[in-house]
Design a protein around this ligand. Sequence first.
Ligand SMILES: NC(=O)c1ccc[n+]([C@@H]2O[C@H](COP(=O)([O-])OP(=O)(O)OC[C@H]3O[C@@H](n4cnc5c(N)ncnc54)[C@H](O)[C@@H]3O)[C@@H](O)[C@H]2O)c1
Ligand SMILES: N[C@@H](CCC=O)C(=O)O
Length: 515
Amino acid sequence: MVQPYKHEPFTDFTVEANKKAFEEGLKTVQAYLGQDYPLVIGGERIMTEDKIVSINPANKTEIVGRVAKANKDLAEKAMQAADAAFTWWSKTKPEMRANILFRAAAIVRRRKHEFSALLVKEAGKPWKEADADTAEAIDFMEYYARQMLKLKDGIPVESRPGETNRFFYIPLGVGVVISPWNFPFAIMAGTTVAALVTGNTVLLKPASATPVVAYKFVEVLEEAGLPAGVLNYIPGSGAEVGDYLVDHPRTRFISFTGSRDVGIRIYERAAKVHPGQIWLKRVIAEMGGKDTIVVDKEADLELAAQSIVASAFGFSGQKCSACSRVVALEDVYDQVLNRVVELTKQLKIGNPEEQSTFMGPVIDQSAYNKIMEYIEIGKQEGKLMTGGEGDDSKGFFIQPTVFADVDPKARIMQEEIFGPVVAFTKAKDFDHALEIANNTEYGLTGAVISNNRFNLEKAREEFHVGNLYFNRGCTGAIVGYHPFGGFNMSGTDSKAGGPDYLLLHMQAKTVSEMF
Ligand SMILES: NC(=O)c1ccc[n+]([C@@H]2O[C@H](COP(=O)([O-])OP(=O)(O)OC[C@H]3O[C@@H](n4cnc5c(N)ncnc54)[C@H](O)[C@@H]3O)[C@@H](O)[C@H]2O)c1
Ligand SMILES: N[C@@H](CCC=O)C(=O)O
């Protein structure tokens, strides 16, 4: 019997044995750095001349792996393999598909620290962040497998005398899964297995900065018994392979997680019906955020400061959920700001391979350049309180940066920076604070630190974000506990890790029989 779902616990690295186990994970990964990885199409390994080179963002000279790169012809081959596999995979028992996920979760759990160590190397995640990413990948498998078992017989509907009605769900077809680099394991794995367990076949195009962890996950699914052709691994250029597959008439749905601009492009392109296409494509799009923590005047200000620092600078602010704006009531503004600056100055920045490092690098040169440009803009738009410097000589390191007294309409208050930068603004009262919090085009996460019950209830109704948190930070949603997804330009509010998520990958069928 399947045990009730519980999220995977985070590792306590103050326990010596856990620390040693993680160090072993790092050694395991170190030993396989620099290898070549093929595409996987219809179970066949295909090596290409052209390669995506995955590097360690903390040490640019270290190559994590060289991964074969799909072009349009190979994308077409993968589409044909996935299309052929759909004819029989869609008819397999949901129990069998769920069991593959349970087994894959068990395999990853046994290799947990190796996977987390790979995230340290490939994404520059500090230990704690890497451990959370791996735990979330396990959670997605455990949770979606159970959800599928709940949904497999459909939902009861009414029947009249002499009539039997059934309402149940069937798969959609071939799904194109396009994942980001910032949760290179959890989001890549979660979006992939949700599509698979519901009976669809998948073309997986991982982010070009983090393709090795995706390859290792494909291997895990194979070991867990996933048959050839059901999942096809095709890293490649977004513009070439991405556009080709989004436009393809046999693509039934696209599950995208990434930036606002690419999300909009996919949404628009997917709306066009191409010759030979006999359906309207579905798009699941989880996009960016510009997330605010509001600090009320009646609040635990130490909790506020700790929450802001953790949410703004965890994984160098490279989370769609990251706190990049603080709206503090004028009565407590200086106190919160000063404490945040104090805490920020204490953070240890550096090599994520060292357990004590709080913040590692940003992902690559173009992210580094973009964030540094925003820091320059911030210097014009606000008062630099701490940070503001970067160093890309060895890896892509940027100091955690705090700006004060920024106009709510300023660019650093409105545009997603996706780096370790947070801007403060003052509100005259709680209504004003909510008005500022809601004044971006995004609506992903937000938090309110307050002891005032009326204000919390007001925020519950009026703070327009998909994930709203009270008296805690605005990052760190847990699968099955905090279904995750945003409003407005943050995407289609698809709520990953929630009870409705799998339904997005299926279509409902009604069968009515008269006797
Ligand atoms: N809402 C969420 O749940 C969520 C979660 C994680 C990240 N994000 C967002 O993702 C962004 C960071 O990730 P990123 O830099 O990898 O985003 P990105 O949009 O640059 O890339 C995401 C994926 O899209 C691919 N892509 C690029 N161009 C494409 C095209 N024309 N057609 C198809 N695919 C294409 C990329 O190769 C990558 O695999 C941030 O904006 C962040 O807020 C959102
Ligand atoms: N689900 C993650 C964010 C994912 C986007 O980057 C969180 O809740 O912090």
